[in-house]
Design a protein around this ligand. Structure first.
Ligand code: FEO
Length: 171
């Protein structure tokens, strides 16, 4: 048995994950426009990954016999100052999502909703990885400073990312 309050926050999380996908897609478009092809690739893959996160929660809501209710997705910024500004905004968003996941996990404990608690454990671990990845890229951007050659190398590395759907999302 899952509470209505829990269904509401899970639906809200579907929206937050879809907004993340939208935000990263916007970053990808802006990076492409700026000639940062690797960064565009990285954010495009990240947008795909966020879509799988939304799908995973979408599936969970349905598996527990509840209804998915989709809300409007907010408009993301269209232009970012730099590659660094994009990753800083991405980190800020990931930190917000981590907080939302933690709140749902805490609510699951309070409501003794073990099924949702187990579902959230996957996301808790995923958020550690998401923040780690963005932090790692930001550290490299900081090391590069304003050297165009070094930033070009980072962009080139980001071109190597290939999106592979997480196995768990297909459950
Ligand atoms: Fe699905 Fe990056 O949070």
């Amino acid at each position: 048995m899952i509470s209505k309050k829990m269904v509401a926050v899970l639906n809200k999380q579907v929206n937050a994950e879809l907004y993340a996908a939208y935000l990263y897609l916007s970053m990808s478009a802006d990076a492409e426009n700026k000639g940062l092809k690797g960064t565009a690739n990285w954010f495009f893959a990240q947008a795909q990954e966020e879509t799988t996160h939304a799908q995973r929660i979408y599936n969970y809501i349905q598996r527990v016999g509840e209804k998915v209710v989709l809300d409007a997705i907010a408009k993301p910024p269209a232009v970012f100052k730099s590659m660094k500004a994009m990753f800083e905004a991405a980190l800020k968003h990931e930190q917000k999502v981590t907080g939302m996941i933690r709140d749902i996990a805490n609510q699951a404990v309070a409501e003794k909703d073990h099924a949702t608690g187990i579902e959230m454990q996957w996301f808790v671990a995923e958020q550690v990885e998401e923040e780690e990845n963005v932090n790692d890229i930001l550290s490299r951007i900081d090391l590069a400073g304003n050297a165009p050659g070094a930033l070009f190398m980072i962009d080139k590395e980001l071109a190597a990312r290939v999106f592979t759907p997480p196995a768990a999302a297909a459950e």
